[in-house]
Design a binder for this molecule. Structure first.
Ligand SMILES: [Zn+2]
Length: 266
């Protein structure tokens, strides 16, 4: 642990192995509307954007953060065209780490949008950690958010419901194990949670769609962070940014291609 302990940080024993974060690709949106990521910035601009999962290495449990999206056919039919290469997707990506789905002990869903929770049911031995507020909203979202949840209110069956019996409902901040904590960060969705991991380089937040791109975090020329274009509450977005500044030395965004430029964050 470097420097002073701060809110959300936890002490780890000397004997424990170092925590690391590996970003894993589930494929990429071929032409995502950029302003869905950066609110009010670059409307009409299309970008390629990966769909990410994260594996936390060196922990007591085998922890996967998010479970990716559907197959490309489903994605193109209901959402966006995506490309998924042979080494990508939830099963193939963890296979590269020498793991099979049954090896995963804990799945954390940052939120229950279709591109972050579609494959929860593949991880049969895992407990699935979700914030209570997120489940509540996912059951009855506003119409403009219904497709993101593949909600029953538009006649779809949310994929996350298939793993409902294994879900553990979390209410607020929770330390999963030394050095790893769930941090509620509402705004993009009501029950969004980031995962704060105590790396050698300092506390690192898997921030996901609070900041879809690093540009959201780097902010405007006036020095303000940029909220995600898809959100339920802008005030919450800004309050979550304040919390993120207080607890994290580094944030890892949800859909930024540059994240995959590094194999491991440590
Ligand atoms: Zn997303």
């Amino acid at each position: 642990m470097r420097g002073n302990r701060r809110h959300g940080e936890v002490q780890r024993g000397e004997d424990m192995s170092k925590l690391k974060i590996r970003p894993l690709s589930c494929g990429r949106f071929l032409a995502a509307e950029k302003s869905n990521f950066t609110y009010g910035v670059d409307p009409g601009v299309k970008i390629a954007a990966p769909i990410l999962m994260w594996f936390i290495e060196g922990a007591r449990h085998r922890i996967l953060v998010d479970t990716g999206l559907s197959d490309p056919q489903w994605a193109a039919r209901y959402h966006h065209p995506v490309e998924c290469k042979a080494h990508e997707g939830p099963v193939n990506a963890i296979k590269m780490l020498g793991l099979a789905p049954d090896d995963i002990d804990l799945v954390v869903n940052t939120h229950l949008h279709w591109d972050h929770s579609f494959n929860n049911d593949l991880f049969l031995k895992a407990k699935i950690l979700v914030q209570e507020e997120e489940i509540r909203y996912a059951m009855a979202p506003l119409p403009c958010h219904a497709l993101y949840y593949e909600s029953q209110i538009i006649g779809m069956t949310p994929s996350w419901l298939k793993a409902l019996p294994r879900m553990e409902i979390i209410a607020g901040e929770k330390e999963i194990e030394p050095g790893i904590a769930l941090i509620p960060l509402p705004g993009h969705t009501p029950g969004f949670q980031g995962v704060l991991v105590d790396l050698d380089s300092g506390p690192c937040l898997i921030a996901g769609d609070t900041t879809p791109l690093w540009e959201n975090w780097e902010g405007t020329s006036q020095g303000f962070h940029i909220p995600p274009g898809i959100h339920v509450n802008l005030r919450d977005c800004y309050e979550s940014f304040g919390k993120m500044e207080a607890i994290a030395d580094m944030v890892l965004p949800g859909h930024d291609p540059r994240v995959l430029g590094k194999e491991v964050y440590e």
